[in-house]
Design a protein. Sequence first.
Length: 201
Amino acid sequence: MGTKSSIVIDGRGNEIPRSLVDPVILARNDTVEMIVKSALALEARMVKEKEKIMERIWKYEIKKRARLAVDESTKKGNMTLTNINGDKQVEVSLHDVITLNDMRNEAETVFDECITALASDARQELVAIFRQAFNLDKKGRVDMSALRRLKALQIKHPLWKTFQDLISRAEEVESTRQYLNIRTREENGKWKTVNLNFSSI
C-alpha cells in the first residue's frame, strides 16, 4: 500500500493513488480537506474558549454570592453582566432541553377524547397547536413554546385538566444548554453582538 500522502480514499474505502486521480478532482478534494481540517481546529479552540469564559463567569458568581452571603448551592440562572462604563455586556442564559417520556401516549389519548367532546369551533385551533407542539424532531424533543401555549389554555372540561396533568408528568429535562452572548455598545447607543456564534457550541 502507498503512503497516506500518495493516496486518496474514495467513498467505498478504496485507496487510490493520487497520480491516477483527475487533477481538478484532486485539487477539489485537497481544498475541502484543508478547509474542514482548519474549521474543526477552530471549532475545538472555540469550545475551549467558551469553557474558559463560562468558568470565569461562574467564578465571579461564586465570589459575588460569598460577598452577599448567598448560598452557593442556589440554582444558577440567567444573568447579564455589564462593565462600569456601560458599553460592554456579557449575557448568560440557561435553557432546559425538554423531552417527553412514555406518558405522552396517555396524554395524547386524553387530548383526542377532549377535543371530541368540545365544540367544533374550538377544536380546529387546539388541533393546530397540538400538532405544532408534538411535531417531534429526530431526538424526540417537542416544541416547548407551543406546548406551553397548549397547557396555558383555560378550558373548562374535566378531561382538559387530566391532559394538563399528564403532560406535566411526562416532561423530563434531558439537559441544560448554556447560551452566551457578548455585546458592545456602538456610538449610536445600539448594542452590537460579537459574532462568535458561541450559542451553538
